[in-house]
Structures are given as structure tokens and as C-alpha cells.
Design a protein around this ligand. Structure first.
Ligand code: UD1
Ligand code: UDP
Length: 382
């Protein structure tokens, strides 16, 4: 029996973290010939993930430029993918989430008449400008894809409202699969400050902030609020691994440098990040992935955005929207730092995003769709 050629395509840090376990699952199965193409929309932050998961791409488009624009990323991915798809001729292309790589990868496959599978399908805010450009990227990929791997029931329902009902599977999010391999009890950090912080007697706040719609005034508001939190709470230690985007680097250093309890550090590798999250007191972030990981680890999250496409953890009580204005962010953080019962209400582990078996379900669903397996996988949460 000839093997089904399945190509994973990804380019940024979060896509890599969420696609690596799937690429490894596919590679370990006899029915698939697994291929991996990276666009390297991110360079260093991607390579760090590839190293940790020991994943060696078959193709690397190496497209990243400093301060790249959305058009450059999309056009370089699209033209780069042409040669790759002509040579590799996959039976299925898998893309992930909502980045420019995701959109261009799916479009390139469509131009080559190759079926597309969308991992992490069906997330929506219904605001085309937020997150920008991700909301439109994932909607467009929803139209291009033939198979839709939704993390949750509500993601499935979002697609149904757009009349996308065929080829839809509820699988859980692959990030929970990744998380189960990275968090260990006696982790030793290579970032020095993370080994000396007192996680028991101090309140370590893990911060990340990088979204394009937060560039400018929202980011200024966020940074100002963070500094106020550090000033107002002597027991707080803020750890902020700063994204390599020059826009983010400039904002973070401008507002947060030279404070004894604000630690601006380089991006962490994914194991360091997950283990830091497992030990911290509170997470403040505009990241998508952190909103899924922190609840699984029982850590409260304040989301530094106006909306979220991940309502499940809000409903479960572990995530709250803090917005992008200085005062509400400061007030919400202050409440959690000064009121133990408010904190305890949020600090319980919930797993609305997965059970660690998403990759297996996705691989089973692909096998079933292509006639290599008799039964479809059971839905996550069924
Ligand atoms: C991208 C995604 C966003 C995702 C985020 C995850 C798009 C449009 N945006 O945003 O959805 O949430 O990744 O982090 O696809 N840089 C480096 N080295 C790296 C990575 C980035 O130097 O390893 C710098 C470069 O100057 C680059 C800039 O960061 O031009 C911005 O990268 P880009 O991928 O365009 O945007 P992100 O904000 O990272
Ligand atoms: N992450 C990491 N190191 C860091 C910051 C984030 O490994 O310094 C991980 C994080 O745990 C999550 C993913 O990167 O798995 C989220 O990526 P990011 O916030 O860049 O993108 P988003 O999820 O917002 O698209």
C-alpha cells in the first residue's frame, strides 16, 4: 500500500510548538510519508522549537526579514511554496492557526489543487481588525481548507455558522499534547534569573506582549500599567521574555528598563517557558497560546486585549479580559495580588483545550478521510 504524503507547513514560534508534536505523530505512523516545510517567518524563535522537538524540516524557505510587512511575508511564502509543492507533490498540506504563513501555505496548496487541512480551526472574534491580521487569516483558511481540526465544540459551532460542516473534527488543541512533554518537576533553567527567583515567597508575574493590533498606544498603556504594578507591589517580580520584534523590543525597554523587580529577558525556549509558567503566580499576556497553556497549569491569566477567541477558559473562570487601557489593567492585577480569595477563584487547573491526545485524533481523522482507517476518531470531550 502506498503511503499518504502529508506535508506540515509552519513558520512562527506558536505554529511550531503546536505542529511539532503532530509532525512527530505523523512521522511515527506507517500509513503516512510525513514531510515538513518551514517558511521561517520567524528564524531564531522557530529554530529554538525545532531543536527542542528534534525536528528536521525537509524544506526551509528562510523568508524572515527584520521588520517584515504582511505583504512581504505572504508573497515570499507563496512563491517559495510553489517550488516545494511541485517537487514534493504531497497528498495533503497541513497548516496551523492564523499567521501569514498559515494563509499563504493554504493558498499555495489550493493553487496546486492539493487538499488542505487546517489545524486549530474555527477560532473567531468576529472583529476583522482584532486580532489583526489573524482573524481574517483564519477565516480565509476556513474557506480554503477541506479538513478542519477544531480544538473545541465552540470552534466547531463557529464553523457551522459559516456553513462549514464537512470534514470537521473536534480534536482538542495540540498545545496540550506539547505541554505534557515539557513540564517536569525539578526543572533547571538555563536563564540565570529564573533559578534564583523565590517562587514561593514572592509573586512572580509572567508577562508577554507582542500583538500587532497592540503596537503604539495600547502597548504604551500596557507597559505603563505593568510598571505601576511592580511599583505598587514590593512582593511582585515581573518576568518578561521579550519577543524579538524590534517594535516590541523598543516599547518594552523604553517603559520597563531599570526596575529592580522587572526582568526583561530574551525569548525563552519552550521548555523554559512552560516550566516558568508552571511555577509563576500570575500570567499577564496578549498571547493566544498562553491563554491555553496557563489554565491547564492552574495559573490565572489577565489577557491584555479587548477580546479573545478563546472563551472557554473565561467561562471556566481562569482567564479574565483586562483590555488595553492602563487603569483597568492595573486595577485587575492589583485585585489579584491583594485579595487572596479573588486569586483563588481563578487559580484552578482546567483543561478546556485538550487532553493530550489531539495529534492522535488528527492523524486518525486524516487516515479515515483518505480511507486508511475504518472509524473516525472520537471527538475531544465526547
Ligand atoms: C507573528 C504572527 C502572529 C503570531 C506571532 C507569534 C503574522 C502576521 N503574525 O507575529 O500571528 O502571534 O508571530 O509570535 O503572521 N523576529 C526576529 N526573529 C524571530 C522572530 C521575529 O528577529 O525569530 C523579528 C523580525 O524583525 C520580524 C519581526 O520580529 O520582522 C516580526 O515578525 P512577524 O512574524 O512579522 O510578526 P510577529 O509579531 O512575530
Ligand atoms: N513561548 C515561548 N517562549 C517565549 C514566549 C512564548 O516558548 O519566550 C511559547 C508559549 O509558551 C506558547 C507560544 O510560544 O506556546 C505562544 O507564542 P506567541 O505568544 O509568540 O504567539 P501566539 O500564541 O500569540 O500566536
Amino acid at each position: 500500500m502506498s503511503k499518504l504524503k502529508v506535508m506540515t507547513v509552519f513558520g512562527t514560534r506558536p505554529e511550531a510548538i503546536k505542529m511539532a508534536p503532530l509532525a512527530l505523530e505523523l512521522a511515527g505512523r506507517p500509513e503516512f510519508d510525513a514531510q515538513c516545510c518551514v517558511t521561517a517567518q520567524h528564524r531564531e524563535m522557530l529554530d529554538s522549537v525545532l531543536d527542542i522537538f528534534q525536528l528536521k524540516p525537509d524544506y526551509d524557505l528562510n523568508i524572515m526579514e527584520p521588520r517584515q510587512t504582511l505583504s512581504t511575508i505572504t508573497s515570499k511564502c507563496l512563491t517559495g511554496m510553489d517550488g516545494v509543492l511541485e517537487e514534493a507533490k504531497p497528498d495533503l498540506v497541513l497548516v496551523h492557526g492564523d499567521t501569514s504563513t498559515t494563509f499563504a501555505g493554504a493558498l499555495a496548496a489550493f493553487y496546486h489543487k492539493i487538499p488542505v487541512g487546517h489545524v486549530e480551526a474555527g477560532l473567531r472574534t468576529y472583529d476583522k481588525w482584532s486580532p489583526y491580521p489573524e482573524e481574517l487569516n483564519r477565516k480565509l483558511v476556513g474557506s480554503l481548507a477541506d479538513l478542519h481540526f477544531c480544538p473545541t465544540v465552540s470552534n466547531r459551532d463557529n464553523l457551522a455558522r459559516e456553513n462549514i460542516r464537512d470534514g470537521v473534527f473536534i480534536t482538542g488543541n495540540t498545545v496540550i499534547d506539547a505541554l505534557q512533554t515539557t513540564v517536569v518537576k525539578d526543572f533547571s533553567f538555563s536563564e540565570k534569573i529564573l533559578n534564583v527567583l523565590d517562587y514561593v515567597n514572592r509573586k512572580v508575574i509572567l508577562v508577554t506582549c507582542h500583538r500587532r493590533e497592540n503596537y503604539g498606544q495600547p502597548m504604551t498603556n500596557i507597559m505603563t500599567a505593568l510598571r505601576r504594578v511592580a511599583d505598587a507591589f514590593p512582593e511582585a517580580e515581573l518576568v518578561y521574555p521579550v519577543h524579538l520584534s524590534p517594535v516590541v523590543q523598543e516599547a518594552a525597554h523604553k517603559y520597563l528598563d531599570n526596575h529592580p523587580r522587572i526582568h526583561l529577558i530574551a525569548p525563552l525556549d519552550v521548555r523554559e517557558m512552560h516550566n516558568l509558567m508552571a511555577r509563576c503566580h500570575l500570567v499577564m499576556t496578549d498571547s493566544g497560546g498562553l491563554q491555553e497553556e496557563a489554565p491547564a497549569l492552574g495559573k490565572p491569566v489577565l489577557v491584555l486585549r479587548k477580546e479573545t477567541e478563546r472563551p472557554e477558559a473565561v467561562a471556566a473562570g481562569t482567564v479574565r479580559l483586562a483590555g488595553v487601557e492602563e487603569e483597568p489593567i492595573f486595577q485587575m492585577a492589583s485585585q489579584l495580588l491583594s485579595n487572596r480569595s479573588e486569586y483563588d477563584k481563578m487559580a484552578h487547573a482546567v483543561n478546556p483545550y485538550g487532553d493530550g491526545r489531539a495529534c492522535r485524533r488528527i492523524a486518525d481523522a486524516i487516515a479515515w478521510h483518505f480511507g486508511l482507517r475504518k472509524e473516525p476518531p472520537e471527538a475531544f470531550g465526547a
